[in-house]
Design a protein around this ligand. Structure first.
Ligand SMILES: Cc1cc2nc3c(=O)[nH]c(=O)nc-3n(C[C@H](O)[C@H](O)[C@H](O)COP(=O)(O)OP(=O)(O)OC[C@H]3O[C@@H](n4cnc5c(N)ncnc54)[C@H](O)[C@@H]3O)c2cc1C
Length: 261
């Protein structure tokens, strides 16, 4: 079974702050991690490879530093890693991102399954997976929390707000997965050594892909971010102290004054 896992390197968002003047993320000194649900996706891919043989390729679009995320994926057990990195990709919105990933997947050629995380913790749109399936014209199942393979068919549980649906699809199919699916493994010591000594990451630029340059990066991005800001909390609380009857009377008076009762 040949599996492609799309992996995004994201800032550890517990520590990310927004520059109040520029409205941009302050990334300096912020550690980067593999997007958590992409690790669940990779874990699922590795388990399927262990059960059915085949190859797991991790694919990322990002700056050269995203190499670190791909090394971690190799250390976890991925067989091959490809990084799409080019200034032409900078400023991509989800449409340009999914278009670029789709052209890279077409270049990879053979695949039975494509995995994405449901959502990246920085961009947070959950659009890239579904858009990618549309570009490739293959079926997609989102919010996957359990996977079974039966020959050339896949049967998954798709999480719903109040339960789950069982969905069947022929291969190839794109799945977006949620954290409930599994517990990602830690890389082994040998995995880490091999990832840094034996495995090479393949870098592809726009020139390596069969792309329409007008559909890349900022030029290929119809979405415009108008403003980014951290919401301020300007609400205040007043605590009334004293005798209960008196406090209730004061409270009712205050609510009446505001026409709330
Ligand atoms: C106008 C505009 C300009 C932008 N400019 C920039 C910019 O300059 N720099 C910047 O960092 N961001 C930029 N962004 C944000 C960027 O568009 C998104 O981060 C990106 O398109 C992915 O969307 P998402 O993070 O919401 O991913 P989601 O759709 O939430 O991700 C779902 C899944 O898709 C896969 N995936 C998503 N992105 C990638 C990727 N790059 N590689 C591999 N797999 C992936 C992962 O499996 C992920 O779990 C910009 C956005 C807009 C709208």
């Amino acid at each position: 079974m040949d599996i492609i896992v799309c992996v995004k390197q994201v800032p550890d968002t517990n520590e990310v702050k927004i520059d109040p003047k520029k409205g941009t993320l302050i990334r300096d000194g912020i550690p980067s991690i593999i997007n958590p649900e992409d690790k669940n996706a990779l874990e699922a891919a590795l388990r399927l490879k262990e059960a059915y043989q085949g190859k797991v390729t991790v694919l990322s679009m990002g700056p050269p530093q995203a190499e670190v995320a791909l090394k971690e994926a190799l250390a976890m057990g991925a067989d091959e890693a490809i990084l799409l990195s080019d200034r032409a990709f900078a400023g991509s919105d989800t449409l340009a991102t999914s278009y670029t990933l789709a052209r890279a997947i077409e270049k990879i050629g053979k695949y039975d399954l494509i995995f994405c995380g449901r959502q990246a913790i920085d961009g947070d749109t959950a659009q890239v997976g579904p858009e990618l399936a549309e570009h490739l014209n293959i079926p997609q199942i989102t919010y996957v929390r359990d996977i079974k393979v039966n020959g050339s068919t896949i049967i998954v549980q798709k999480a719903l707000e109040d339960g789950y649906a069982v969905v069947k699809s022929p291969l190839p199919v794109l799945l977006t997965v949620i954290g409930e699916l599994n517990e990602p493994r830690y890389p082994s010591a040998k995995g880490i050594v091999d990832a840094f000594r034996k495995h090479e990451i393949t870098f592809w630029t726009a020139a390596d892909l069969n792309v329409d340059k007008a559909r890349l990066g900022l030029d290929g991005s119809p979405t415009q971010v108008v403003k980014t800001f951290t919401p301020t909390n300007d609400r205040s609380a007043e605590i009334l102290h004293g005798d209960l009857d008196q406090v209730v009377g004061t409270l009712v008076g205050k609510l009446k004054a505001k026409n709330l009762v």
